[in-house]
Design a protein around this ligand. Structure first.
Ligand SMILES: Nc1ncnc2c1ncn2[C@@H]1O[C@H](COP(=O)(O)OP(=O)(O)OP(=O)(O)O)[C@@H](O)[C@H]1O
Length: 647
């Protein structure tokens, strides 16, 4: 077994100052006297000889000694319970190790570690100021436990790693704060390009929880702790609502050949036939073969007389893919609604609203009410997106045709998609109609959509009033917006050339640039939250695995499987991570502790933790690496008994 089981009483006995070796030191000249001329402990606790005239005797005289190690007198400052660290490496699996673990330990062992932590301030006096002695660097024991545990700890202050570079005997003081001295002292180690320029980079451990910088808002500490780990509540709510909307079902609707679980999306029974010349109904449905969700638009009572129209629409529209157009997939007829219906299948965009619903509180019908005008920033966003979609379609020799407030979809804040494309190409099929004419109509319809939103007039109200007068009334909007609408409404330029969407795009180039910038900013923000959720997803997976292992009782022929062997330590680890209590016995629900422990488990770092059984009778000192091995073994064992693919 990787970890050792100890009795907590044994451990407690180890806490405290290590004992002196009881060596006779009064003949040994105190090194502080040699280096500094005096020793501040001479009248108190230092037992060494402070009389320089008295000849040093015996082999312990440090002047004749080459090595500088933990046994040297001046490494034993009184008042600090550093004691004399053993030169031999101390394994984490030895019972005596835990209380003396100085660095890299977790909260549970930190209090004890404070006693043995190497304190640069406290050691200041031992910094050699002259070239009076050679350090045996490769062997040096700083008294801070850095060399413990077979190199498990990497101590940034340990000098072992610098030994080759400092072999030229130049004393190196890591606390001197003098970069030039560093490069001078260890020329082979540091490049001449700069004192720290070539310090070998430590590779980050990619498995540890490393979210981006903390949320920058002005929040209270208790709020921050939540915001620091998860996506904003509003964003999460929106995504959850979308998932919820996708799962909606409605009894009583027929099942079609390829689609089932229909759900009506219509918000009203009053349907107008203005768009297609037929009543149309909209359903969300799931495809039988793939389980994916789609939107079906049904034209009620439509009799297909010309197969040609359907063939040409399938050919032209099936491969139209643009971020501002609702993708069309297929069209078919159906008798399952009790009539002869023509059905068009589109992408499903959960929580989509039409522009009319968004700004005019649909249904429009014969609505003659005026609504608040839409702010110019949003209008420009719509203009740029619709223009981009039309540019794509016109370049493909297609026309949108169905540009209507009740058929353009909005998702999120102002994301636009042209919906119901391809329908008019079937129901008003005329292969002799010149496409340029339809594209010219697209521009005028486009202008009218924007004009409706800018004036707050529903389409029927706008139609009955003078378009020019409506345009002139837009005094609170910028000149460039009015010019853009004017351009779209006039079919030809003064030179007789027809206006095209390509010309229009050059006209609104500054707004397109602004729109692109807004999109990039949103993209950056989403990347930020995505990065955070990736970390959380990884941890959620491990929590699921751990829960699958623990408290499950028997497995195969082994009774109480999850309570014995490696699983026992995993159970104590679970307690350590999730069931902590503070000094007064109240639950400690710090998310930071949980996330950090779970990510260290995932990374299998060499950091040690102390796990204690609930009855305080058993204590384990164990590394995350060892726990990780147990975790994997236990889960793999579990998988052998399972038919499901696992996590
Ligand atoms: N592809 C889609 N994805 C998600 N929702 C959609 C999709 N297409 C339409 N919808 C939604 O279905 C609902 C009904 O759409 P519809 O086009 O019938 O609007 P309407 O206002 O009822 O228009 P009309 O009166 O002309 O039928 C709207 O809320 C719309 O947002």
């Amino acid at each position: 077994m990787a970890a050792s089981r100890y009795n907590s009483n044994d451990l407690r006995r180890q806490v405290g100052s290590p004992r002196s070796k009881g060596r006779d030191t009064k003949d040994t000249l105190c090194r502080n006297v040699v280096i500094y001329g005096h020793c501040r402990y001479m009248d108190t606790t230092c037992n060494f000889n402070h009389d320089q005239n008295k000849p040093a005797s015996g082999p312990s005289d440090f002047l004749s000694k080459k090595s500088f190690n933990a046994d040297s007198p001046s490494f034993t400052p009184s008042g600090q319970n550093l004691g004399q660290a053993k030169k031999t490496t101390l394994s984490s699996q030895a019972a005596n190790a835990a209380p003396f673990t100085p660095r890299g330990v977790t909260a549970s062992t930190q209090q004890n570690a404070d006693l043995t932590m190497f304190n640069p301030a406290g050691a200041r006096e031992f910094t050699p100021s002259g070239n009076t002695q050679n350090y045996e660097l490769g062997n040096s024991n700083m008294g801070n436990g850095a060399a413990q545990d077979n190199g498990v700890f990497s101590d940034p202050f340990a000098m072992n790693s610098m030994a080759p570079a400092l072999a030229n005997n130049a004393p190196f003081n890591p606390y001197a704060g003098d970069p030039s001295a560093v490069s001078g002292a260890g020329a082979g180690f540091y490049s001449s390009g700069g004192a720290y320029a070539s310090v070998p980079m430590q590779q980050p451990n990619y498995h540890l929880y490393q979210p981006y910088d903390a949320y920058r808002g002005e929040l209270q500490p208790w709020q921050r702790s939540t915001y620091d780990y998860f996506i904003p509540a509003a964003m999460r709510e929106e995504i959850q609502k979308k998932m919820f909307a996708t799962q909606h079902t409605m009894p009583g609707l027929p099942k079609l050949e390829n689609y089932h679980s229909l759900f009506s999306l219509d918000t009203s029974h009053r349907k107008n036939t203005a768009c297609f010349g037929y009543h149309s109904w909209v359903y969300k449905a799931q495809k039988v073969t793939t389980g994916l969700h789609y939107v079906l638009r049904r034209l009620e009572g439509y009799r297909l007389s010309n197969d040609q129209s359907v063939m040409s629409v399938m050919r032209d529209w099936k491969n139209v893919r643009h971020e501002n157009i609702v993708s069309f997939h297929e069209t078919f007829t159906s008798q399952n609604f009790g009539d002869s219906s023509l059905i068009f299948v589109y992408d499903w965009h959960p929580l989509a609203k039409t522009l009319a619903e968004q700004h005019f509180s649909s249904p429009l019908g014969n609505n003659r009410q005026r609504y608040p005008a839409v702010p110019e920033g949003i209008l420009w966003s719509y203009v740029c997106q619709i223009a981009s979609a039309l540019y794509y379609l016109h370049n493909k020799n297609l026309a949108a045709r169905c540009l209507d407030l009740s058929k353009i979809l909005v998702t999120e804040k102002s994301r636009i998609r042209l919906g119901s494309c391809a329908i008019l190409d079937v129901v008003q099929y005329d292969h002799n109609l010149p496409i340029q004419e339809l594209q010219g109509e697209d521009l005028v319809k486009f202008a009218k959509v924007i004009l409706c939103l800018a004036t707050g007039m529903p389409p029927n109200l706008l139609q009955s009033s003078n378009t020019k007068a409506a345009l002139d009334s837009l005094v609170k909007y910028s000149r460039s917006l009015r010019d853009a609408l004017q351009f779209l409404l006039s079919p030809v330029a003064p030179n007789g050339q027809p206006h095209t969407i390509a010309h229009f795009l050059t006209m609104i180039a500054p707004q397109l640039a602004q729109q692109a910038n807004n999109t990039l900013r949103e993209n950056d923000e989403q990347q930020y939250w995505l990065a955070r959720e990736i970390e959380n997803g990884r941890i959620a997976r491990n929590v699921m695995k751990l829960s699958a292992i623990l408290e499950r009782g028997d497995l195969g022929s082994q009774s109480n499987w999850s309570e014995v062997g490696d699983r026992f330590q995993l159970k104590l680890f679970r307690d350590y991570v999730f069931h902590r209590v503070d000094a007064s016995g109240k639950p400690d629900l710090g998310l930071g502790h949980m996330l950090s422990c779970m990510s260290k488990l995932d990374a299998g770092v060499d950091e040690q933790i102390m796990l204690t059984s609930r009855d305080n009778e058993t204590v384990f000192v164990i590394t995350y690496r060892e726990l990780r091995g147990m975790f994997e073994r236990a889960f793999n064992e579990l998988m052998k008994f399972s038919k499901s693919p696992g996590l």
